[in-house]
Design a binder for this molecule. Structure first.
Ligand code: PGA
Length: 258
């Protein structure tokens, strides 16, 4: 099975010209990328309609977030029904920036996961510990709580087959890995995967847990992608900054090739 490469473009494309240039850059590299990996690109909601055409070369379109209800008085939100209509089949849920800047709680994220599943959109659920938690005695305790809350609204373990978790330690996101930054190692990533599997096995069972795909995210770039991707148990990566350059994104895709 091919690994999964997800681009989180965040709010980094700020004009229609930049967007069109980006789409053209992906289009020209599309067949090479698709030969190596499955690709999901998550642009700003306003640009989703323009990215839809990448579907013809096999790229999946994802949202960066979605509403937990289909319709109603929710100013600023985007209905999952409209996302689906525009070809969105994946969505990031619970990114640490949403948790931090918009106060999204574990309970809200659980609702959003359920909303995504209800609307046939695969949620990519972001979990990860802070730098402070990492220094503590039980670094994964917080991640465990995030996982439990995120699946609490699901009715049965069978829905797990449509879930993707992205382990994104907050301390590793958007760093340039200077000497003062702790660097993520293949071992850290592997232990996180083991903890996530353990938690899902406790809630459901091993069979269901083994069907969930688990990605790593946090400063993945052309230089370190190889190290991250050789962790054989990982199902792929979620890339922020480096995904905004089609050339770098395509190089990362090559490094994910099985
Ligand atoms: P980064 O972002 O690759 O720029 O660290 C990853 C993310 O925040 O999803």
């Amino acid at each position: 099975m091919k690994k999964l490469l997800v681009a989180n473009l965040k709010m980094n494309i700020v004009s229609a010209d930049q967007r069109d240039l980006y789409i053209a850059g992906i289009e020209s590299r599309c067949s090479d990328m698709m030969a190596c990996t499955d690709v999901v690109i998550c642009p700003s909601t306003i640009d989703i309609y323009a990215f839809e055409k990448l579907g013809t070369c096999g790229v999946h379109i994802g949202a960066q977030d979605l509403a937990w209800k289909e319709k109603g008085a929710f100013t600023g939100e985007t209905s999952p029904l409209r996302l689906y209509e525009y070809g969105v089949r994946y969505t990031i849920v619970g990114h640490s920036e949403r948790r931090l800047y918009y106060g999204e709680s574990d309970a809200m994220i659980g609702e959003k996961v359920e909303s995504a599943i209800r609307n046939n959109i695969t949620p990519i659920i972001c979990v990860g510990e802070s730098a402070e938690a990492r220094r503590g005695d039980h670094p994964f305790e917080h991640v465990r709580e995030q996982i439990i809350a995120s699946v609490s609204a699901l009715r049965s373990g069978s829905e797990l087959t449509n879930l993707i978790f992205a382990y994104e330690p907050i301390w590793a996101i958007s760093t340039n890995h200077t000497v003062n930054d702790p660097q993520i190692t293949a071992n850290d990533i592997l232990s996180a995967k083991v903890e996530i599997m353990k938690t899902l096995t406790e809630i459901y069972d091993r069979t269901f847990a083994s069907q969930v795909r688990i990605l790593y995210g946090g400063s993945v770039n052309v230089e370190n992608a190889h190290e991250v991707c050789i962790v054989p148990e990982m199902d792929g990566v979620l890339v922020g900054g480096a995904s905004c350059d089609p050339g770098k994104f395509a190089t990362i895709a090559q490094q994910l090739k099985n």
